[in-house]
Design a protein around this ligand. Structure first.
Ligand code: BGC
Length: 383
């Protein structure tokens, strides 16, 4: 058994070298240049990732690619440059080249129905990676985190930072407010953005209802709070506008719900430019986040950003590879949730992973001890 695996691995390695495996995390942001499907019986998996502007997707792409190669498969990995037609074209080309399975982290979860129809016609199974693909029956499986709970965790960390909840996130905190808070959401075409928002708002609502939290701008709809493509600059601009429209009367902003570290850094830049101080005591609001990006982990370590959510992309990649292996062996992958993810056409069987809240005091236990980041990376803020 063992030696067979080694032979398969060796063959896969030789093949990937021969096929010029230059499609790693550093390449393929535009035109597809992936390896053609192997014709010696080795199976090829097409992996479509949304963008390289955020380090999590680069890490996801690499981890999925490494896992698939170690399992003996060829990999055609492409990044879509946050551009919907680019991603559509990349997937079209993967199908034309004859991949045996697709793993897709979509840019716009509603824009891939044609590609998935074509995949279904050729009997290619499709695994949605982290982001659900909506409006098609041709998505077979979904690997992700418990996205509603990510939103709960984001709001919980905000409440802990404000002192409205105790450090354990459960008991009442020492403070009673009222606190001025502003709300940011992700990209509306990403299904996850809605889950994060719902989890967060359900958690904040009781505090808003009893006046402990005040959204002074009145912008409490996801449409108003949204950040197209999750872009840092877009969030920075909205924060600047909010400071001008709502806080130029001298009132203080105490907290910001942010759904992603890039957005958090845009918010923090706007606040710093407007004279909010570097440490919480000096007046920088509590700002949340997501993804444990290294630049934000450093900011948390330095007391600038308050929290983030750690979603271990290594575990997600492992789940995607496990599901892919099942399909490629002609089996069904194991789901642990068959109720939550309705893509408007069907409920997609899913495998959900858990996430953790990162504060300054658990960076070491969650991120360093698990090998996700080193002490030196945390200190420098560079990957
Ligand atoms: C992911 C988040 C990420 C966001 C922006 C979402 O779909 O689940 O982890 O922060 O996209 O890239």
């Amino acid at each position: 058994m063992k030696s067979l695996k080694i032979v398969a691995l060796g063959a896969a390695l030789a093949l990937s070298l021969a096929a010029c495996a230059g499609d790693g995390a550093g390449g393929g942001s535009g035109e597809s240049s992936g390896a053609p499907a192997a014709d010696d019986g080795t199976k090829t998996v097409g992996v479509a990732m949304p963008t390289q502007t955020s380090e999590r997707w680069i890490a996801d792409g690499k981890a999925v690619e490494d896992g698939l190669k170690a399992a003996g498969y060829e990999v055609n990995l492409q990044f879509g440059n946050d551009d919907i037609p680019t991603q559509q074209q990349q997937i079209d080309q993967m199908i034309t080249k004859g991949v045996d399975l697709l793993i897709v982290a979509s840019i716009d979860g509603t824009a891939l129905a044609n590609q998935l129809d074509a995949a279904a016609e050729k009997g290619i199974p499709v695994i949605a990676y982290d982001r659900l693909i909506n409006g098609t029956k041709n998505v077979d499986f979904y690997v992700t985190f418990d996205n509603y709970n990510v939103g709960v965790q984001q709001a919980t960390s905000l409440l802990v930072g404000l002192g409205l909840l105790a450090e354990d996130g459960k008991a009442a905190g020492a403070e009673s407010g009222p606190f001025n808070v502003e709300l940011f959401a992700g990209s509306l075409d990403d299904n996850n953005a809605h889950f994060f928002w719902k989890g967060a708002i359900d958690t904040l609502k009781p505090f808003m209802d009893d006046g402990k939290i005040v959204v002074k701008s009145g912008q409490t709809d996801i449409e108003k709070a949204a950040t197209l493509r999750w872009l840092q600059e877009t969030a920075q601009k909205r924060m600047e506008d909010l400071l001008t429209s709502t806080y130029s009367d001298g009132s203080k902003l105490d907290g910001v719900l942010s759904p992603y570290d890039g957005i958090s850094r845009g918010i923090i830049t706007a606040l710093q430019n407007a004279g909010y101080g570097p440490g919480q005591d000096a007046g920088l609001p509590i700002v949340t986040g997501q993804d444990a990006e290294i630049a934000s982990v450093k900011l948390i370590n330095d007391g600038v950003q308050f929290s983030t959510i750690f979603k271990d992309t290594r575990k997600l990649a492992t789940q995607a590879v496990t599901a892919a292996e099942s399909y490629l062996k002609g089996e069904e992958p194991e789901a642990n949730d068959t109720e939550t993810y309705d893509n408007k056409v069907k409920i997609v069987p899913s495998y959900l992973l858990e996430s953790d809240i990162v504060y300054a005091n658990n960076i070491k236990s969650l991120l360093v001890d698990s090998g996700y980041w080193t002490d030196a990376q945390v200190a420098s803020g560079q990957a």
